[in-house]
Write a protein that binds this ligand. Structure first.
Ligand code: ZN
Length: 574
């Protein structure tokens, strides 16, 4: 008996030593690579081992040997650079699909040269299509029409019978004729959706001019027929594939207005068919005051109906204010071109605070569209009050997105309150916000999107594409974002083009990559699963031919990944 037990102890020791030196063989090993892990404790590595889609070891080529078994696939990357896959934490696959299905939008293109050219173009459409029942196209240039905006009188002249809805260049307002008013049942008594934000513009006599700002039209458009999920699925897949090819493994869908359920069904369909190339965090989108009371329940309902491994529901998205271009963003000081107007917000501080306290009970995060400095301050105040009431740090990730103007006093509050600051770097080139200069005035415009200052104040800064249409699809490329964040110049305009805004708002490549990886994972409360190359996390990598941290900054937007791994598998993308 005694002999046997000594023997078994010996065997156990031998086995134990064996285990310590010869590890369980893994599925995949990537080696001879220049790996930036985005894990501060172990920032650089040469090799990584993957089993069951998860990272099990990160280290040197020598150390990785013991993970290689007979069935392990070993890939020698020949010194190529590996980064954790990117996260696009505010984009709109659903809107891309909805707009790419609209052939009318692609068929017409209203010139932005002058008011007269605009009218002439519309007259031409009317002449060529005398019996058109319905016309919804874009986009007319709102800077041309100033703060008063366009009027339906001229549209009625050109289109007396056709129902006309013309989308503006900011994407945040419509120009309607009287036939459209009649079709929707809108008259002079129709109330506004939200003062200063979503409303019918009136002339000095109180007559509705036909210019409709933000979401005032949404309740009416909700009754219009929608495409079926199966019609939208291919366009969603196409957009997600283009993101995945550029190294994106996780997206947050930042809202689909009244089409959200159709989009969720389409994404669910893609996952079931094995065609979903990314993790998809879906959001419930609030843009009308009436949606507030049911918001949390709606997320819980979506979780139950559509939630799965790759399709998750942990976020409420709120269109908290509007945009500078049409004076609907909430600003601390009056718009430069419209004294007396400070824009508007969908909810007040108290309402937002209560929503966050309710969200905290169900692990729901809150993501806000905040363009103006007043909406940003209100949201920070709401978080401060919510934490006071809760008595400790609220388990809600609050993200403020866009942040075109941030008051310097509010910058340190992001860090203090643990609020994420989300920016869209491909807008840092100066071509997107021309229309907002008049509204903001020189000084505020000169500090547009102050990412460097917010970063310096200690915020967790994150990046995303916010792409909403098919023609913009190429702008969602994170490599374009990284280059533009670092240069504040658009590669399309060349490297001698003036820097957009402040030179001090240029961001280092290090912080750009962080903002697309680990910082974004924190924003989504997924930092234990994704965002860095670390043991236990999903094996999501992007392999690129050159070292992004040492190469010419002006070449970064041209990077084409040589391989993309999602959950340990090399992606084969159409
Ligand atoms: Zn958006």
């Amino acid at each position: 008996m005694k002999k046997l037990s000594i023997l078994s102890i010996l065997i156990a020791i031998v086995l134990f030593i064996g285990c310590a030196t010869k590890k369980q063989p893994v599925d995949l090993v990537l080696k001879n690579a220049n790996i930036y892990t985005e894990n501060e404790k172990n920032p650089k590595a040469e090799a990584v081992a993957i089993k069951d889609g998860k990272i099990v070891f990160v280290g040197t080529d020598k150390e990785i040997e013991k993970y290689i078994g007979e069935k392990t696939k070993v890939t020698d990357l020949g010194g190529k650079t590996v980064l954790p896959s990117f996260i696009d934490s505010h984009t709109h696959p659903g809107l891309v699909a909805m707009t790419s299905g609209n052939a009318e939008l692609a068929k017409y293109s209203i010139p932005g040269t002058s008011i007269e050219d605009t009218y002439a173009y519309l007259r031409k459409i009317a002449k060529e299509n005398p019996n058109l029942p319905y016309l919804m196209i874009g986009t007319w240039s709102n800077p041309l029409f100033g703060v008063k905006g366009p009027d339906r009188k001229i549209l009625d002249e050109i289109f007396p019978n056709t129902v006309v809805i013309l989308l503006d260049s900011s994407g945040h307002s419509y120009w309607l004729n009287t036939a459209a008013f009649k079709a929707f049942g809108i008259d002079e008594n129709t109330p506004d959706l939200k003062e200063g934000l979503s409303f019918f513009v009136k002339d000095k006599n109180g007559r509705k001019t036909g210019w409709v700002k933000e979401f005032a039209l949404m309740p009416y458009l909700a009754n219009m027929p929608q495409p079926a999920p199966e019609q939208l699925a291919p366009a969603i897949e196409g957009y997600l594939n283009s993101l995945a090819k550029n190294g994106v493994s996780t997206v947050m869908d930042a809202g689909n207005f009244n089409a959200e359920e159709t989009i969720f069904k389409a994404v669910q369909m893609l996952e079931k068919e094995g065609k979903l190339p990314v993790r998809y965090e879906a959001t419930h989108h609030l843009y009308m005051p009436s949606q507030l009371k049911d918001a949390v329940n709606k997320v819980l309902e979506y979780r139950k109906l559509y939630g799965s491994k790759l399709l998750t529901f942990n976020t409420i998205k709120i269109h908290f204010d509007g945009v500078n271009e049409i004076n609907t963003s909430a600003v601390l000081e009056d718009f430069a071109n419209e004294p007396g107007n400070k824009g508007g917000m969908l909810y007040n501080e108290e309402e937002l605070k209560n929503l966050m306290l309710e969200s905290a009970k169900h692990n729901i995060n809150v993501h806000l569209h905040t363009v103006g400095d007043r909406s940003t301050r209100t949201a920070l105040n709401a978080m401060e009050q919510a934490q006071k009431e809760y008595g400790k740090k609220l388990p809600v990730q609050l993200t403020l997105s866009h942040l075109e103007t941030v008051h310097p006093d509010d910058m340190p509050r992001f860090k203090q309150l643990g609020v994420h600051a989300n920016f869209t770097p491909h807008w840092f080139g100066g071509t997107v916000f021309h229309g907002s200069k008049e509204a903001l005035g020189e000084h505020r415009f000169a500090h547009n999107q102050p990412v460097g200052a917010v970063l310096k104040a200690g915020a967790n800064v994150t990046f995303s594409s916010d792409v909403v249409s098919k023609p913009q699809e190429y702008r969602a490329n994170p490599f374009l974002g990284i280059e533009m964040g670092a240069t504040r110049q658009d590669p399309a305009l060349g490297k001698n083009t003036p820097i957009f805004g402040q030179k001090s708002d240029r961001v280092s490549i290090k912080n750009m990559v962080k903002g697309y990886t680990i910082n974004n994972a924190k924003q989504l409360a997924m930092q234990n699963e994704i965002g860095s190359i670390e043991v236990g996390k999903s094996a999501d990598f992007v392999v690129i031919p050159s070292d992004i941290f040492t190469m010419d900054v002006y070449e970064i937007s041209k990077i084409k990944p040589t391989a993309v791994y999602f959950e340990g598998k090399k992606q084969e993308l159409k």
